[in-house]
Design a protein around this ligand. Structure first.
Ligand SMILES: NC(=O)c1ccc[n+]([C@@H]2O[C@H](COP(=O)([O-])OP(=O)(O)OC[C@H]3O[C@@H](n4cnc5c(N)ncnc54)[C@H](OP(=O)(O)O)[C@@H]3O)[C@@H](O)[C@H]2O)c1
Length: 245
């Protein structure tokens, strides 16, 4: 991945963190984003190729900010990983307009705006986009309906953009199953006890009988972005221990 310049949104924790480190270890330059500077800096301090930028994907202005920072650093962008995500665990009747809009603002709108801002530069480099979706996007689950719908939308966007942007830019997605990260107590808003109960329950639902670790997922994100896999586009790859089957 030498000379590859990569943007990873939500690069300060979990799947995004592992992805940033793996790209950097393979020689790529990586710009990571997130809302908290301290956790971004913790990751950037792990490898000299990683640069941190505080950017809240909920802010539509963040798309241009991120692309401009990458261009200032490197003058070229090869890979965009739309990884930052929002979650919502709620019965339908309890979900508010604001919660639903906030969820889609991150998972759908922010990913779209960042892709749009990056397109001219990805065209110039013949680069690629990797979206991080979710097994729940095609395995319906109670109380996760809006989260799943937002990830189903991102799957659709992946396939549609792959046609729209071919032959210049490849667009793929990795669809993780239950993976150890900050997600349950972070974006999903669960307490420690609730998170532990969910982890136990999910383990039994995974044919390979273990939850994922971030490196299970990052390996596939990096592989799909690698120019050596350049004949793959429009794919949503389940990396989930069989969970979604
Ligand atoms: N873990 C799973 O089981 C699982 C399963 C399926 C799909 N996924 C997907 O995987 C992706 C990564 O999640 P994860 O599991 O690695 O969770 P995580 O450990 O909580 O990491 C989320 C990352 O996104 C950043 N982030 C959250 N909201 C943001 C915003 N508004 N703007 C910018 N950055 C933001 C967080 O940093 P700050 O909080 O500092 O902003 C953090 O770096 C998400 O898209 C999620 O939907 C996860």
């Amino acid at each position: 991945m030498k000379n590859q310049n990569v943007i990873v949104t939500g690069g300060s924790s979990g799947i995004g963190r592992a992805t940033a480190l793996e790209f950097a270890q393979k020689g790529a330059n990586v710009l990571i984003t997130g809302r908290r500077l301290s956790s971004l800096e913790e990751v950037a301090n792990q490898h000299e190729n990683i640069v941190a930028l505080v950017a809240d994907s909920a802010d539509p202005a963040s798309a241009n900010l991120i692309v401009e920072k990458a261009l200032t650093l490197w003058g070229k962008i090869d890979v965009l990983v739309n990884n930052a995500g929002a979650g919502l665990v709620s019965p339908l009747e309890a979900a508010t307009e604001k919660q639903i809009n906030d969820l889609f603002a991150i998972n759908v709108t922010a990913s779209s705006l960042l892709a749009t801002a990056a397109i001219p530069h990805l065209r110039a480099s013949k680069g690629s986009i990797v979206n991080v979706t979710s097994a729940i996007g095609h395995k319906p689950s109670p109380h996760l309906s809006h989260y799943g719908a937002s990830k189903a939308a991102l799957e659709y966007l992946t396939r549609a953009w792959s046609l729209e942007l071919a032959p210049d830019i490849r667009v793929n997605a990795v669809s993780p199953g239950p993976t150890d990260s900050g997600a349950l107590t972070g974006m999903m808003g669960l307490s420690e006890e609730q998170a532990q109960a969910v982890q136990e329950q999910e383990k039994d639902m995974i044919p390979l009988k273990r939850r994922g670790v971030p490196e299970d997922i990052s390996r596939w994100i990096v592989m799909l972005a690698d120019p050596e896999t350049a004949w793959v586009t429009g794919q949503v790859i389940d990396v989930d221990g069989g969970f979604a089957i």
